[in-house]
Unconditional design. Structure first.
Length: 431
Protein backbone atom coordinates (compact mmCIF):
# COMPACT_ATOMS: atom_id res chain seq x y z
CA UNK A 1 0.00 0.00 0.00
CA UNK A 2 1.58 3.28 -1.12
CA UNK A 3 0.89 6.71 0.30
CA UNK A 4 0.49 9.99 -1.54
CA UNK A 5 2.00 12.76 0.60
CA UNK A 6 2.18 16.53 0.26
CA UNK A 7 5.74 17.22 -0.95
CA UNK A 8 8.04 20.02 0.12
CA UNK A 9 6.63 23.08 -1.63
CA UNK A 10 8.99 25.95 -0.83
CA UNK A 11 10.93 27.31 2.13
CA UNK A 12 8.15 29.72 3.11
CA UNK A 13 5.17 27.45 2.37
CA UNK A 14 4.11 24.79 4.88
CA UNK A 15 0.55 24.06 3.76
CA UNK A 16 -1.81 24.16 0.83
CA UNK A 17 -5.45 23.66 -0.11
CA UNK A 18 -6.76 20.76 -2.19
CA UNK A 19 -8.01 22.56 -5.30
CA UNK A 20 -9.23 19.46 -7.15
CA UNK A 21 -8.65 15.72 -7.33
CA UNK A 22 -7.60 14.77 -10.84
CA UNK A 23 -8.12 11.08 -10.06
CA UNK A 24 -10.84 9.39 -8.02
CA UNK A 25 -11.09 6.27 -5.86
CA UNK A 26 -10.92 3.21 -8.08
CA UNK A 27 -8.97 4.93 -10.86
CA UNK A 28 -5.83 3.25 -12.12
CA UNK A 29 -2.86 5.62 -12.31
CA UNK A 30 0.49 5.25 -13.98
CA UNK A 31 3.71 6.38 -12.34
CA UNK A 32 4.09 10.09 -13.08
CA UNK A 33 0.36 10.74 -13.61
CA UNK A 34 -1.05 13.88 -11.98
CA UNK A 35 -3.28 12.94 -9.05
CA UNK A 36 -4.22 16.15 -7.25
CA UNK A 37 -3.83 19.89 -7.68
CA UNK A 38 -2.87 21.90 -4.58
CA UNK A 39 -3.43 25.63 -4.26
CA UNK A 40 -0.75 27.40 -2.22
CA UNK A 41 -0.37 31.03 -1.22
CA UNK A 42 1.44 31.78 -4.48
CA UNK A 43 0.97 29.11 -7.15
CA UNK A 44 -0.88 25.89 -7.88
CA UNK A 45 1.13 22.66 -7.64
CA UNK A 46 0.21 19.31 -9.21
CA UNK A 47 1.29 16.18 -7.29
CA UNK A 48 2.20 13.08 -9.29
CA UNK A 49 2.09 9.39 -8.48
CA UNK A 50 5.44 7.81 -7.59
CA UNK A 51 4.14 4.30 -8.38
CA UNK A 52 1.56 2.69 -10.63
CA UNK A 53 -1.58 1.25 -9.06
CA UNK A 54 -5.18 1.76 -8.05
CA UNK A 55 -6.23 4.75 -5.95
CA UNK A 56 -7.97 3.19 -2.96
CA UNK A 57 -8.63 6.07 -0.57
CA UNK A 58 -8.75 9.88 -0.50
CA UNK A 59 -7.94 11.29 2.94
CA UNK A 60 -8.67 14.96 2.15
CA UNK A 61 -11.51 16.59 0.30
CA UNK A 62 -11.48 19.48 -2.12
CA UNK A 63 -11.17 22.70 -0.14
CA UNK A 64 -9.36 21.05 2.78
CA UNK A 65 -6.11 22.51 4.10
CA UNK A 66 -3.24 20.00 4.17
CA UNK A 67 0.28 20.23 5.61
CA UNK A 68 3.61 19.39 3.99
CA UNK A 69 4.36 15.71 4.67
CA UNK A 70 0.69 14.83 5.33
CA UNK A 71 -0.71 11.68 3.71
CA UNK A 72 -3.67 12.69 1.55
CA UNK A 73 -4.35 9.49 -0.42
CA UNK A 74 -3.47 5.80 -0.55
CA UNK A 75 -2.49 3.82 -3.60
CA UNK A 76 -2.42 0.04 -3.97
CA UNK A 77 0.61 -0.54 -6.15
CA UNK A 78 0.09 -3.18 -8.86
CA UNK A 79 2.77 -3.70 -11.44
CA UNK A 80 1.34 -4.39 -14.87
CA UNK A 81 -2.22 -4.02 -13.61
CA UNK A 82 -4.92 -2.51 -15.76
CA UNK A 83 -7.63 -0.10 -14.78
CA UNK A 84 -10.45 -1.93 -12.92
CA UNK A 85 -14.06 -1.61 -13.91
CA UNK A 86 -15.84 1.35 -12.32
CA UNK A 87 -18.56 -0.67 -10.48
CA UNK A 88 -15.95 -2.87 -8.77
CA UNK A 89 -13.88 0.13 -7.76
CA UNK A 90 -16.92 1.80 -6.22
CA UNK A 91 -18.00 -1.40 -4.52
CA UNK A 92 -14.54 -1.88 -3.01
CA UNK A 93 -14.27 1.69 -1.78
CA UNK A 94 -17.60 1.35 0.06
CA UNK A 95 -17.48 -2.17 1.38
CA UNK A 96 -13.79 -2.95 2.10
CA UNK A 97 -14.93 -6.52 2.89
CA UNK A 98 -14.99 -9.98 1.20
CA UNK A 99 -17.82 -10.62 -1.20
CA UNK A 100 -19.35 -13.37 0.95
CA UNK A 101 -19.80 -10.88 3.81
CA UNK A 102 -21.57 -8.27 1.68
CA UNK A 103 -24.60 -7.71 3.90
CA UNK A 104 -22.72 -7.11 7.21
CA UNK A 105 -20.17 -4.94 5.39
CA UNK A 106 -22.91 -2.79 3.90
CA UNK A 107 -24.53 -2.28 7.27
CA UNK A 108 -21.19 -1.40 8.90
CA UNK A 109 -20.36 1.14 6.20
CA UNK A 110 -23.64 2.99 6.69
CA UNK A 111 -23.13 3.05 10.46
CA UNK A 112 -19.56 4.34 10.16
CA UNK A 113 -20.43 7.08 7.68
CA UNK A 114 -23.57 8.28 9.46
CA UNK A 115 -23.90 6.75 12.96
CA UNK A 116 -26.98 8.79 13.78
CA UNK A 117 -28.75 8.11 10.49
CA UNK A 118 -31.60 5.68 10.20
CA UNK A 119 -31.25 2.61 8.02
CA UNK A 120 -31.53 3.32 4.28
CA UNK A 121 -35.03 3.07 2.91
CA UNK A 122 -36.17 1.42 -0.25
CA UNK A 123 -37.14 3.42 -3.32
CA UNK A 124 -35.45 6.55 -4.61
CA UNK A 125 -33.41 7.25 -1.46
CA UNK A 126 -29.68 6.62 -1.78
CA UNK A 127 -28.76 3.23 -0.40
CA UNK A 128 -25.00 3.82 -0.26
CA UNK A 129 -23.40 6.75 1.49
CA UNK A 130 -19.89 7.58 0.30
CA UNK A 131 -18.26 10.59 1.93
CA UNK A 132 -14.78 12.05 2.14
CA UNK A 133 -13.05 12.04 5.54
CA UNK A 134 -13.38 15.81 5.70
CA UNK A 135 -17.11 15.57 5.02
CA UNK A 136 -17.59 12.95 7.76
CA UNK A 137 -15.69 15.10 10.24
CA UNK A 138 -17.67 18.23 9.35
CA UNK A 139 -20.95 16.34 9.64
CA UNK A 140 -20.05 15.00 13.09
CA UNK A 141 -19.00 18.44 14.33
CA UNK A 142 -22.25 20.05 13.14
CA UNK A 143 -24.57 17.20 14.08
CA UNK A 144 -25.68 16.66 10.49
CA UNK A 145 -26.93 13.34 9.15
CA UNK A 146 -25.17 12.51 5.91
CA UNK A 147 -28.25 10.90 4.36
CA UNK A 148 -30.00 14.29 4.51
CA UNK A 149 -27.28 16.14 2.60
CA UNK A 150 -27.91 16.65 -1.15
CA UNK A 151 -24.94 16.24 -3.46
CA UNK A 152 -24.36 16.93 -7.14
CA UNK A 153 -21.66 14.27 -7.47
CA UNK A 154 -22.65 11.75 -10.18
CA UNK A 155 -21.59 8.85 -7.92
CA UNK A 156 -23.42 10.27 -4.92
CA UNK A 157 -20.28 11.10 -2.96
CA UNK A 158 -20.71 13.69 -0.22
CA UNK A 159 -17.94 16.29 -0.06
CA UNK A 160 -17.11 18.88 2.59
CA UNK A 161 -18.53 21.71 0.49
CA UNK A 162 -21.86 19.81 0.39
CA UNK A 163 -21.87 19.81 4.21
CA UNK A 164 -21.01 23.52 4.31
CA UNK A 165 -23.74 24.41 1.80
CA UNK A 166 -26.32 22.33 3.66
CA UNK A 167 -25.35 23.88 7.00
CA UNK A 168 -25.57 27.41 5.56
CA UNK A 169 -28.96 26.65 4.07
CA UNK A 170 -30.29 25.33 7.40
CA UNK A 171 -28.84 28.30 9.25
CA UNK A 172 -30.53 30.76 6.88
CA UNK A 173 -33.84 28.91 7.20
CA UNK A 174 -33.64 29.08 11.00
CA UNK A 175 -32.86 32.81 10.89
CA UNK A 176 -35.78 33.44 8.55
CA UNK A 177 -38.13 31.47 10.79
CA UNK A 178 -36.91 33.36 13.84
CA UNK A 179 -37.34 36.69 12.04
CA UNK A 180 -40.81 35.75 10.85
CA UNK A 181 -41.88 35.05 14.44
CA UNK A 182 -40.88 38.58 15.54
CA UNK A 183 -43.43 41.43 15.34
CA UNK A 184 -43.00 43.62 12.28
CA UNK A 185 -41.48 47.08 12.73
CA UNK A 186 -42.16 49.13 9.60
CA UNK A 187 -40.59 52.28 11.06
CA UNK A 188 -37.02 51.08 11.65
CA UNK A 189 -36.19 47.60 10.35
CA UNK A 190 -33.28 45.87 12.07
CA UNK A 191 -30.04 45.03 10.24
CA UNK A 192 -30.90 41.33 10.55
CA UNK A 193 -34.08 41.88 8.57
CA UNK A 194 -32.11 43.38 5.72
CA UNK A 195 -29.57 40.56 5.79
CA UNK A 196 -32.29 37.92 5.62
CA UNK A 197 -34.30 39.52 2.84
CA UNK A 198 -35.36 37.54 -0.19
CA UNK A 199 -33.08 39.48 -2.53
CA UNK A 200 -30.73 37.26 -4.57
CA UNK A 201 -27.18 36.79 -3.33
CA UNK A 202 -24.35 34.48 -4.27
CA UNK A 203 -21.90 33.06 -1.76
CA UNK A 204 -18.48 32.21 -3.17
CA UNK A 205 -15.51 30.83 -1.28
CA UNK A 206 -12.38 32.99 -1.52
CA UNK A 207 -9.48 31.20 -3.16
CA UNK A 208 -6.44 30.61 -1.01
CA UNK A 209 -4.48 33.07 -3.14
CA UNK A 210 -7.11 35.79 -2.72
CA UNK A 211 -7.11 35.20 1.04
CA UNK A 212 -3.32 35.55 1.07
CA UNK A 213 -3.45 38.74 -1.01
CA UNK A 214 -6.00 40.23 1.39
CA UNK A 215 -3.98 39.23 4.45
CA UNK A 216 -0.68 40.60 3.16
CA UNK A 217 -2.11 43.90 1.95
CA UNK A 218 -3.59 44.52 5.40
CA UNK A 219 -0.31 43.50 7.06
CA UNK A 220 1.63 46.00 4.94
CA UNK A 221 -0.71 48.83 5.87
CA UNK A 222 -0.43 47.91 9.55
CA UNK A 223 3.37 47.53 9.67
CA UNK A 224 4.73 50.09 7.17
CA UNK A 225 4.56 53.87 7.38
CA UNK A 226 3.34 54.15 3.80
CA UNK A 227 3.17 57.45 1.93
CA UNK A 228 2.61 58.21 -1.76
CA UNK A 229 4.06 61.00 -3.88
CA UNK A 230 2.94 61.90 -7.42
CA UNK A 231 4.36 63.37 -10.59
CA UNK A 232 3.46 63.38 -14.27
CA UNK A 233 5.41 62.38 -17.36
CA UNK A 234 5.18 63.84 -20.82
CA UNK A 235 5.17 60.67 -22.93
CA UNK A 236 5.74 62.47 -26.25
CA UNK A 237 9.37 61.39 -26.67
CA UNK A 238 8.80 57.77 -25.64
CA UNK A 239 5.81 57.41 -27.97
CA UNK A 240 7.71 59.01 -30.87
CA UNK A 241 10.67 56.67 -30.32
CA UNK A 242 8.37 53.64 -30.20
CA UNK A 243 6.67 54.72 -33.40
CA UNK A 244 10.01 55.07 -35.22
CA UNK A 245 11.54 51.84 -33.93
CA UNK A 246 8.66 49.42 -33.28
CA UNK A 247 8.64 47.63 -36.65
CA UNK A 248 12.39 47.10 -36.84
CA UNK A 249 12.48 46.17 -33.14
CA UNK A 250 9.88 43.45 -33.72
CA UNK A 251 11.72 42.13 -36.79
CA UNK A 252 14.98 41.86 -34.88
CA UNK A 253 13.72 40.52 -31.54
CA UNK A 254 10.31 38.95 -32.27
CA UNK A 255 8.80 40.91 -29.37
CA UNK A 256 6.94 44.22 -29.33
CA UNK A 257 8.45 47.37 -27.86
CA UNK A 258 6.16 48.46 -25.05
CA UNK A 259 6.21 51.02 -22.26
CA UNK A 260 7.33 48.57 -19.59
CA UNK A 261 10.94 48.27 -20.78
CA UNK A 262 11.33 52.08 -20.68
CA UNK A 263 9.88 52.27 -17.19
CA UNK A 264 11.95 49.32 -15.96
CA UNK A 265 15.15 50.88 -17.27
CA UNK A 266 14.26 54.24 -15.71
CA UNK A 267 13.44 52.62 -12.36
CA UNK A 268 16.72 50.70 -12.26
CA UNK A 269 18.69 53.88 -13.00
CA UNK A 270 16.80 55.73 -10.25
CA UNK A 271 17.34 52.87 -7.76
CA UNK A 272 21.09 53.06 -8.34
CA UNK A 273 20.92 56.76 -7.50
CA UNK A 274 18.64 56.29 -4.46
CA UNK A 275 19.53 52.82 -3.08
CA UNK A 276 17.29 52.94 0.01
CA UNK A 277 14.31 52.34 -2.27
CA UNK A 278 15.94 49.02 -3.19
CA UNK A 279 16.24 47.93 0.45
CA UNK A 280 14.20 46.24 3.15
CA UNK A 281 14.05 46.27 6.93
CA UNK A 282 15.24 43.20 8.84
CA UNK A 283 14.87 43.75 12.56
CA UNK A 284 17.00 46.76 13.45
CA UNK A 285 19.04 46.59 10.25
CA UNK A 286 18.66 47.74 6.68
CA UNK A 287 19.35 45.23 3.92
CA UNK A 288 20.44 47.35 0.94
CA UNK A 289 20.39 45.21 -2.18
CA UNK A 290 22.96 45.61 -4.91
CA UNK A 291 20.94 43.68 -7.47
CA UNK A 292 17.81 44.69 -9.33
CA UNK A 293 15.07 42.06 -9.56
CA UNK A 294 12.01 44.06 -10.58
CA UNK A 295 8.53 42.72 -9.88
CA UNK A 296 5.95 43.42 -12.58
CA UNK A 297 2.36 43.22 -11.33
CA UNK A 298 0.11 41.31 -13.77
CA UNK A 299 -3.50 40.22 -13.60
CA UNK A 300 -4.11 36.47 -13.25
CA UNK A 301 -7.39 34.52 -13.06
CA UNK A 302 -7.23 34.31 -9.24
CA UNK A 303 -6.00 37.86 -8.64
CA UNK A 304 -2.97 40.07 -8.98
CA UNK A 305 0.43 38.36 -8.98
CA UNK A 306 3.90 39.88 -9.13
CA UNK A 307 6.38 37.77 -11.13
CA UNK A 308 9.96 38.99 -11.12
CA UNK A 309 12.23 40.08 -13.98
CA UNK A 310 15.66 38.95 -12.76
CA UNK A 311 18.75 41.12 -13.14
CA UNK A 312 16.83 43.82 -14.97
CA UNK A 313 19.92 46.05 -14.95
CA UNK A 314 21.73 43.53 -17.17
CA UNK A 315 18.92 43.01 -19.65
CA UNK A 316 18.40 44.86 -22.93
CA UNK A 317 15.07 46.44 -23.84
CA UNK A 318 14.26 43.27 -25.81
CA UNK A 319 15.29 41.06 -22.90
CA UNK A 320 12.99 42.92 -20.51
CA UNK A 321 10.04 42.88 -22.93
CA UNK A 322 10.55 39.18 -23.63
CA UNK A 323 10.68 38.33 -19.92
CA UNK A 324 7.50 40.29 -19.24
CA UNK A 325 5.65 38.58 -22.10
CA UNK A 326 6.70 35.13 -20.87
CA UNK A 327 5.73 35.85 -17.24
CA UNK A 328 2.39 37.37 -18.22
CA UNK A 329 1.53 34.29 -20.31
CA UNK A 330 2.44 31.99 -17.41
CA UNK A 331 0.24 34.07 -15.11
CA UNK A 332 -2.76 33.87 -17.46
CA UNK A 333 -2.27 30.10 -17.87
CA UNK A 334 -1.76 29.63 -14.11
CA UNK A 335 1.70 28.17 -14.80
CA UNK A 336 3.88 30.44 -12.67
CA UNK A 337 6.43 28.58 -10.55
CA UNK A 338 7.42 29.66 -7.06
CA UNK A 339 10.81 30.85 -8.30
CA UNK A 340 9.03 33.24 -10.67
CA UNK A 341 7.48 35.09 -7.72
CA UNK A 342 10.20 35.15 -5.09
CA UNK A 343 12.87 37.71 -4.26
CA UNK A 344 11.81 40.93 -5.98
CA UNK A 345 13.49 44.14 -4.80
CA UNK A 346 11.08 46.76 -6.22
CA UNK A 347 7.70 46.57 -7.98
CA UNK A 348 6.06 48.31 -10.94
CA UNK A 349 2.28 48.15 -11.40
CA UNK A 350 0.36 49.48 -14.40
CA UNK A 351 -3.24 50.36 -13.62
CA UNK A 352 -3.36 52.31 -16.85
CA UNK A 353 -4.11 49.18 -18.86
CA UNK A 354 -7.49 49.10 -17.08
CA UNK A 355 -8.10 52.83 -17.54
CA UNK A 356 -6.90 54.12 -14.15
CA UNK A 357 -5.98 57.79 -14.27
CA UNK A 358 -4.48 57.99 -10.77
CA UNK A 359 -4.07 55.66 -7.78
CA UNK A 360 -1.99 55.02 -4.66
CA UNK A 361 -0.36 51.58 -5.06
CA UNK A 362 0.15 49.46 -1.93
CA UNK A 363 3.63 48.22 -1.08
CA UNK A 364 4.55 44.65 -1.93
CA UNK A 365 6.21 43.79 1.41
CA UNK A 366 8.96 43.50 2.47
CA UNK A 367 9.87 45.87 -0.38
CA UNK A 368 9.84 49.56 0.50
CA UNK A 369 8.92 51.04 -2.88
CA UNK A 370 6.38 50.53 -5.67
CA UNK A 371 5.86 52.63 -8.80
CA UNK A 372 2.36 53.03 -10.21
CA UNK A 373 1.84 53.75 -13.91
CA UNK A 374 -1.46 55.08 -15.22
CA UNK A 375 -3.40 55.86 -18.38
CA UNK A 376 -1.81 58.05 -21.06
CA UNK A 377 -4.20 60.93 -21.68
CA UNK A 378 -4.00 64.01 -23.88
CA UNK A 379 -3.95 67.11 -21.69
CA UNK A 380 -3.15 70.79 -22.35
CA UNK A 381 0.38 71.53 -21.12
CA UNK A 382 2.14 74.88 -20.81
CA UNK A 383 5.27 74.65 -22.96
CA UNK A 384 6.46 78.12 -22.03
CA UNK A 385 4.92 81.44 -21.08
CA UNK A 386 3.23 81.83 -24.43
CA UNK A 387 2.49 78.31 -25.74
CA UNK A 388 0.08 75.59 -24.63
CA UNK A 389 0.02 72.22 -26.43
CA UNK A 390 -1.94 69.01 -26.08
CA UNK A 391 0.53 66.38 -24.89
CA UNK A 392 0.18 62.65 -24.04
CA UNK A 393 0.58 62.80 -20.25
CA UNK A 394 0.77 60.05 -17.62
CA UNK A 395 0.47 60.45 -13.86
CA UNK A 396 2.98 58.31 -11.98
CA UNK A 397 2.89 57.49 -8.28
CA UNK A 398 5.53 56.24 -5.86
CA UNK A 399 4.39 54.61 -2.63
CA UNK A 400 7.24 54.21 -0.16
CA UNK A 401 7.95 53.14 3.42
CA UNK A 402 8.64 56.36 5.33
CA UNK A 403 10.44 54.39 8.06
CA UNK A 404 13.58 54.30 5.93
CA UNK A 405 12.84 56.55 2.94
CA UNK A 406 12.52 60.29 3.53
CA UNK A 407 10.19 62.46 1.50
CA UNK A 408 13.06 64.29 -0.20
CA UNK A 409 14.56 61.01 -1.43
CA UNK A 410 11.18 59.69 -2.62
CA UNK A 411 10.33 62.88 -4.52
CA UNK A 412 13.81 62.97 -6.06
CA UNK A 413 13.52 59.31 -7.12
CA UNK A 414 10.24 60.00 -8.91
CA UNK A 415 11.63 63.16 -10.52
CA UNK A 416 14.56 61.10 -11.85
CA UNK A 417 12.19 58.56 -13.39
CA UNK A 418 10.27 61.42 -15.03
CA UNK A 419 13.43 63.03 -16.45
CA UNK A 420 14.71 59.76 -17.91
CA UNK A 421 11.38 58.94 -19.56
CA UNK A 422 11.10 62.41 -21.09
CA UNK A 423 14.59 61.91 -22.59
CA UNK A 424 14.47 58.18 -23.42
CA UNK A 425 17.76 58.15 -25.35
CA UNK A 426 19.48 58.90 -22.05
CA UNK A 427 18.41 55.44 -20.81
CA UNK A 428 20.97 53.94 -23.21
CA UNK A 429 23.73 55.84 -21.41
CA UNK A 430 22.78 54.68 -17.91
CA UNK A 431 25.13 51.99 -16.61
Amino acid sequence: MGEIKVPELAESISEGTVAQWLKQVGDFVEKGDYIVELETDKVNVEITAEDSGVLTELLAGEGDTVQVGETIARLEAKEGASAPAAPKAEEKSVEEAPKQEAAPAQQKTVEEVAPAAEAPQQGNQKQWLIASPAARKAARERGIKLDQVPTTDPLGRVRKHDIDSYADQKSNEQKQQAQASKPANPVSPSPAASENSDKPVERERMSRRRQTIAKRLVEVQQTAAMLTTFNEVDMTAVMALRKRRKDKFFEQHDVRLGFMSFFTKAVVAALKKYPLLNAEIQGNELLIKKFYDIGIAVSAPDGLVVPVVRDADRKTFAGIEGSIVDLAKKARDNKLALKDLQGGTFTITNGGVFGSLMSTPILNGPQVGILGMHKVQLRPVAIDEERIENRPMMYIALSYDHRIVDGKEAVSFLATVKELLEDPESLLLEG
